[in-house]
Design a protein around this ligand. Structure first.
Ligand code: FES
Ligand SMILES: [Fe+2]
Length: 336
């Protein structure tokens, strides 16, 4: 890379800055810095993080009181719904009578009424149907599955740093043919940013990376400076950090520049094998925006417009990142 972005002399209080565009092929190659051994060490460390056996599976707002939501985690079919007090409930997705999908049941306050023969499945559970611990953090819905997590359970999920006010957020969900660790490995390689996503990032410089050995809580983060592209010559320069609060999550947090405190939480939740026997993983990405800026209060009002825009931007990035993760999975499972 030819050094930091050469920003134009725009007033400091305008987040958009002019930068001199550089041709994609003229960027400084980053393969020398993107040390495979370091990325592997950072991944190994992240995989040893405690999870408390919690898995996120959906945006909080995607679970309403009108009908249940169906999902699968680690091959376990689940049903999720809300009662009249908005409390989230999650349990096995098959009716204990003859196995009807409870995602098709009718919600009746805290119970589900099965469509096949009318069995009332209470959220409190019974001898034949036992709910799982669930948690709603206001942005994401979580379930604790001790049978597949195999770790000491915790009362609540381990959630990374977030802005105090999480109102302005958007959640994207994509599915890929890979395992959660492939998703995390993609994010633990920040050096691919302006090469693979030139439409979104430019002048990306990794200023701090974990050591190859003896990674600990205090030194595991990546720090980088990057300009989010808005047009060919205009962008928003920021400084961001990447951290792993649990083995299936990586958080990018803006630490200085426009939107300081905003986070992008990337969660990788194993779905289980697909019909071809290959692993499927859901990527659930939450963008939680924060800004000290005056106009930001208005962002709440335009949320219905803002949400699809935020989701669209994340989806475009994710098509390329998913291809990276799937490629990694394909190569490592083929070799095996
Ligand atoms: S299968 Fe649900 S009541 Fe019979
Ligand atoms: Fe990427």
């Amino acid at each position: 890379m030819s050094g930091r972005a050469e920003f134009g002399r725009w007033p400091k209080n305008i987040p958009l800055q002019l930068f001199s565009p550089e041709e994609w092929s003229r960027q400084r190659p980053t393969h020398g810095d993107a040390d495979p051994g370091l990325i592997a060490a950072a991944l190994r460390w992240s995989q040893q993080r405690p999870s408390g056996n919690w898995y996120t599976f959906a945006a909080s707002r995607s679970i309403g009181r009108d009908r249940p939501l169906s999902t699968t985690i680690g091959g376990i079919e689940l049903v999720a719904w809300r009662d009249e007090r908005n409390v989230l409930h999650v349990g096995p997705g098959a009716c204990p009578h003859l196995g009807a999908p409870l995602a098709e049941a009718q919600v009746d306050d805290s119970a589900l009424i099965c469509r096949w023969h009318g069995l009332r499945v209470e959220a409190t559970g019974s001898a034949r149907w036992c709910p799982y611990p669930s948690y709603d953090d206001g942005v994401l819905a979580w379930v604790r599955l001790d049978a597949i997590g195999e770790q000491p359970p915790t009362d609540t999920p381990i959630i990374g740093p977030r802005p105090a006010d999480t109102t302005v957020h958007a959640v994207t969900r994509l599915t890929g043919v890979c395992e959660p660790r492939d998703i995390i490995a993609n994010r633990l390689d920040p050096w691919h940013g302006s090469w693979l996503h030139p439409y979104s990032f430019t002048h990306l410089e990794v200023t701090q990376a974990p050591p190859r050995h003896d990674i600990i809580e205090e030194n595991h983060r990546f720090l980088l400076t990057v300009t989010f592209r808005v047009t060919r010559r205009l962008g928003v320069p920021v400084e961001a950090e990447f951290t792993c609060p649990d083995p299936r999550t990586i958080v990018m947090r803006i630490v200085s520049g426009e939107g300081t405190g905003s986070v992008i939480e990337t969660h990788a939740t194993p779905i289980g094998p697909g019909p071809d026997g290959r692993a499927r993983t859901a990527v659930i990405e939450a963008v939680i925006a924060n800004s000290e800026r005056q106009g930001f209060r208005h962002a709440r009002r335009v949320l219905p417009v803002l949400r699809p825009l935020m989701t669209h931007a994340a989806t475009r990035l994710w098509r390329d990142d998913m291809a990276y993760a799937e490629r990694r999975y394909q190569l490592r499972t083929h070799r095996r």
